[in-house]
Write a protein that binds this ligand. Structure first.
Ligand code: FES
Length: 158
């Protein structure tokens, strides 16, 4: 990993943007990575702007590596103001673009962010997330899944 990318990732990890659960979210998406076992959840709030439905804001929580945190941080900043169609068309590479190109071993970290976003935009609702034992937090759901036969919904988006 080059020094510039490493510095940007460290800065984003030190000061992540849009980190945390969004209580009034309109949509939630959660994914687990088949490559590393990490998880990421994204909350999205929409608003009407000039007659179009656009993303007002997006937040995230993750049990992921530093790259996943950094990509989610820059991606959630970029998503504000995008229409659903525009956001759906963004690849992991595009979501990570402010950091610069990722090395091949870290591309799946950006795909985790892309997968959570796509899952949210596909219409998973906060109500559905609350039905999962352990409550709506990522940590709560992970703990519940470990102590319960029922599993967290994992969406793999390759
Ligand atoms: Fe798992 Fe980066 S190594 S998300």
């Amino acid at each position: 990993m080059n020094d510039d990318l490493q510095a940007k990732i460290e800065e984003a990890v030190k000061n992540p943007r849009n980190l945390g659960e969004m209580k009034d979210a309109d949509a939630i998406g959660t994914v687990g990575s088949a490559d590393c076992g990490d998880m990421l959840r994204m909350w999205v709030k929409f608003k009407e702007q000039d007659g179009r439905k656009v993303i007002d804001r997006a937040t995230f929580q993750t049990f992921g590596c530093q790259t996943a945190i950094a990509v989610a941080s820059v991606a959630t900043e970029m998503l504000a103001g995008k229409t659903v169609a525009e956001a759906q068309s963004m690849s992991g590479e595009e979501l990570a673009a402010p950091l610069g190109p990722l090395p091949p071993v870290k591309i799946h970290c950006a795909q985790l962010v892309e997968g959570a976003l796509r899952s949210a935009l596909a219409g998973e609702t906060p109500k559905e997330a609350k039905r999962v034992p352990g409550g709506p937090t990522l940590l709560g759901q992970l703990n519940a899944a470990q102590s319960d036969e029922r599993k967290i919904k994992i969406v793999l988006d390759k």
